[in-house]
Design a protein around this ligand. Structure first.
Ligand code: NI
Ligand code: MN
Length: 263
């Protein structure tokens, strides 16, 4: 499976889901820990660019920008789309899954025959026990098909709550001070932030975004897919971790990490 423009490492896509309901849990350090140490967690896999898979009681795929015709091993229950640009809408239509999107994109996808839940900025919908809150993003949106474009509503992000863990996927966005509200209202456990610049925040703005949001973990996305969005994630990590308690997890495309709601 490939993210367009960037090879994925197939061998890392089939990680064992460490979720367990027994009284002992095998953690990523290879040791068993009593399950009471963790009240809730899920697995997060970065599939490259802005495409992220959340695996818990449901499989949620965000912004499925993946090679057309490739085997999508993810087989998501639900797809969430932040905006209409092709590097985010991606293979949403081909996947044909239950999809969460802003009302304008929802209309487009409904016309394509997909089962869609349309929402809008500031609203929340709960689908199959998973909550999707649509957050603002400072960006544009446009759906293009066969050289013809149509209005895609406004660009957005999501706070997704599943199994007691909350993920904030910022979508494509500039820095905006209301990210503080997203932190104060929803207390995400992890923030997925674009750092590639040019079309979104770069590393300097994303540092302030991380500070505003206050999630204990930040995962950089939307960088190094193309030359125009080059960024150094390790420099970003160093700069944040030198000055704050926030931890930055730099993932390889296809790599997974466990997200918990420990304070
Ligand atoms: Ni975009
Ligand atoms: Mn983009």
């Amino acid at each position: 499976m490939y993210c367009k423009g960037k090879p994925l490492y197939a061998s890392t896509l089939f990680l064992v889901n460490l979720r367990s309901r027994t009284s002992w849990i095998l953690r990523t350090d290879g040791k068993f820990h009593p399950s009471r140490e963790i009240s809730a967690y899920m697995q997060l896999t970065w599939l490259g660019h802005a495409c992220v898979l959340l695996t818990g009681s449901k499989k949620i795929l965000i912004d499925p920008f993946i090679e057309s015709g490739s085997i999508v091993d993810t087989n998501p229950d639900i797809v969430a789309v932040t905006h209409g640009h092709e590097d985010h809408l991606g293979e949403t239509v081909a996947l044909g899954k239950k999809t969460i999107a802003i009302t304008e994109i929802a209309k487009y996808l409904t016309a394509k025959g997909l089962p869609v839940e349309g929402i809008n900025i500031g609203g929340t919908t709960i689908v199959d026990g998973v909550s999707f809150t649509m957050t603002p993003a400072v960006h544009s949106s446009w759906i293009e098909e066969a050289g013809i474009g149509c209005y895609g509503g406004t660009a957005a992000g999501f706070v997704i709550g599943m199994d007691g863990v909350k993920i904030y996927h910022a979508g494509d966005t500039a820095l905006f001070s209301d990210m503080k509200l997203i932190g104060e209202l929803y207390h995400p456990d992890v923030a997925l932030l674009p750092i590639g610049g040019r079309y979104t925040m770069g590393t300097a703005e994303a540092m302030m975004a991380a500070h505003f949001i206050g999630a204990k973990t930040v995962i950089p996305i939307h960088y190094n897919t193309w030359d125009k969005i080059r960024a150094d994630p390790l420099q970003f990590k160093k700069a944040i971790e030198r000055t704050t308690d926030i931890r930055v997890k730099v993932l390889m495309p296809g790599e997974s990490t466990e997200i918990n709601n420990d304070p």
